[in-house]
Design a protein around this ligand. Structure first.
Ligand code: 3UK
Length: 515
């Protein structure tokens, strides 16, 4: 029986470069240090040995609750080396969300940065099956073993597990309007593809490139930017573990001199706002800037180009697509549009029956191509709604023009992209309704001064409670301390009542119009 073609991402990211005599080339830049491809191979192989020692075998899941750094890359590729499956967790999750995801993916081990240890402790306390715990950059304790300690004596696994193209490579969580996040299952075949698609055709990446992504490795965008694409290309990757505030980003760019910069629109806007006061930025090393995660408003594109002489190449991707499938190309940017379909992908804009709409008409965007995921783990119902044969139903409304340029026209659900990260308005509403002063609430997206969407809450107070700036601030703090902070409403609008349908449902489109 033909079982399929062998494929293992770790071979493409590490072994191929050693075989080509590039062991001394830089792979990672971190905290002022260079880690060569040869050193990365040792780190990956040792981490593979560590995971084996902890009892992991092929198809077992290991959760990564890690900041950007060598341990993230090594744990990811070390797991893939032995055929185990890295599952990336957002470092901004609350303990209850960490618990849900650990339970849902059945993680046998967790590798966490020291900073995230308390959150993981709280998360695992409620779990029936306790995963093995490893702390990166911290000391051993009763529950935790130190990554550095195990690594020192761990076996070096130099031979990859015999994984096939259709085997699991990695999983990532994606959230929706309602219901729990679902694990998006990526195969070895799909994981290899972003380097061929965007890597080759948009940025033309090569071994002399140095990438820096403001978006972190745990996002599917960041994973492509800082791992899948540059390491397969033999380029080097600049990693920053901390919060990427504009001063950190500009310092890092001036010092580390990346050639390719990746960020979300909100980060470009924050950088411009900061730079207007500082004006000392040195972007002379950068040959291209890439944007994804949410639409890049054309004024932002223009301001960036006039300030730095660089085009920002906007492109749309998703966790399910596996990376960017539609993108602007250097020298052919249409500001305000997501660009054209990349080689290796197909896209169509369809009506409710799945039939293509005419150019210029709004429809639902479907995408297929080399990097798409296989399905949602243990979620047949949502898999069937999103994976239509080999097409992905993105949930986005799009218009395509006669030249093949795609322009974003909103979502078909109520989900918001805030700084490139999903926010469910229902989750923010469910949080605010818990506040003793709140009778009713509706949350919608509203454009800020950079035309980027942020949550706005319309609130009806209970009898006896009066609107005030203090109460608005209290409601914002209420959300910030209960949900991941980026979800808090940037505006609170008090109203005597909310617009409703005859059946009593809040009419969000009217709130959006009021916003
Ligand atoms: C929205 C965009 C307009 C769109 C992602 C690049 O964002 C990524 O993945 P997610 O799963 O979200 C996917 C959704 O985000 N979106 C993304 N990019 C754009 N909307 N213009 C854009 N340029 O709603 C999409 O369905 O978090 C981005 C690479 C890999 C990714 N996973």
């Amino acid at each position: 029986m033909d079982e399929g073609t062998r494929s293992n991402l770790t071979e493409a990211c590490v072994d191929a470069h050693l075989a080509a005599g590039r062991a001394d080339r830089p792979a990672l830049r971190y905290a002022g240090r260079t880690i060569s491809y040869g050193e990365l191979a040792d780190l990956v192989n040792g981490t593979a040995g560590m995971l084996r020692e902890l009892g992991l075998a092929a198809e077992d899941r290991v959760a990564l609750v890690l900041n950007d750094g060598p341990e993230f890359v090594a744990t990811f590729l070390g797991a893939v080396r032995i055929g185990a499956v890295p599952v990336t967790f957002s470092t901004g999750l609350m303990p209850a969300d960490v618990r849900f995801q650990l339970d849902n993916c059945g993680a046998k081990a967790v590798v966490a940065s020291a900073e995230h240890r308390p959150k993981v402790d709280e998360a695992v306390s409620g779990l029936a099956a306790r995963p093995r715990l490893v702390v990166a950059g911290g000391a051993s304790s009763a529950a935790w073993r130190s990554y550095d300690e195990i690594l020192r004596s761990a076996e070096r696994v130099t031979k990859s597990a015999p994984t096939l193209e259709d085997d699991w490579c990695f999983w990532q969580y994606s959230s929706g309007t309602t219901g729990r996040p679902k694990a998006v299952v990526h195969t070895q075949r799909g994981a290899a593809y972003p380097r061929e698609g965007h890597g080759r055709h948009v940025v033309g990446i090569g071994p002399d490139d140095r990438t820096f992504s403001v978006s972190k490795l745990f996002f599917s965008y960041g994973l492509g930017n800082s791992l899948l694409i540059p390491l397969q290309a033999g380029a080097s990757v600049i990693l920053e573990p901390g919060r990427p505030t504009p001063n950190v980003v500009f310092d890092l760019i001036a010092r580390e001199r990346p050639t390719l910069v990746y960020a979300v629109p909100t980060a470009y806007a924050a950088a411009l706002a900061y730079e207007e006061e500082q004006s000392a930025a040195d972007l002379s090393s950068v040959r291209m800037c890439v944007s994804a995660g949410e639409a890049l408003p054309s004024p932002l594109f223009e301001r960036w180009r006039s300030r730095f002489g660089l085009e920002i190449l906007d492109g749309i991707g998703s966790t399910e697509i596996g990376y960017i499938a539609i993108s602007n190309m250097p020298g052919h940017v249409r500001a305000g549009a997501s660009g054209r379909v990349l080689p290796g992908y197909e896209a169509r804009v369809v009506d409710a029956q799945g039939e293509p709409v005419a150019p210029g008409e709004v429809g639902d965007l479907w995408v297929r191509g080399g990097s798409t995921a296989a399905y949602y783990w243990r979620d047949g119902a949502r898999t069937k709604r999103t994976f239509m044969g080999d097409w992905i139903v993105t949930g986005d409304k799009y218009v395509v023009d006669a030249d093949g340029y795609f322009t974003h026209a909103g979502r078909s659900d109520d989900m918001l992209k805030v700084g490139g990260i999903w926010v469910s308005p229902l989750e923010v509403e469910a949080c605010l309704i818990e506040h003793p002063a709140v009778l009713e609430v509706g949350v919608v997206g509203r454009a800020d001064r950079d035309a980027l969407v942020k949550p706005c809450a319309f609130v009806v107070l209970k009898d006896g409670r009066a609107p005030s700036d203090e109460l608005a601030a209290e409601l914002q703090t209420f959300v910030r301390t209960r949900l991941a902070p980026y979800k808090y409403p940037r505006w609170i609008e008090f109203r005597p009542e909310l617009p409703k349908t005859s059946t009593g449902k809040i009419q969000r489109y009217r709130l959006r119009a009021a916003g």
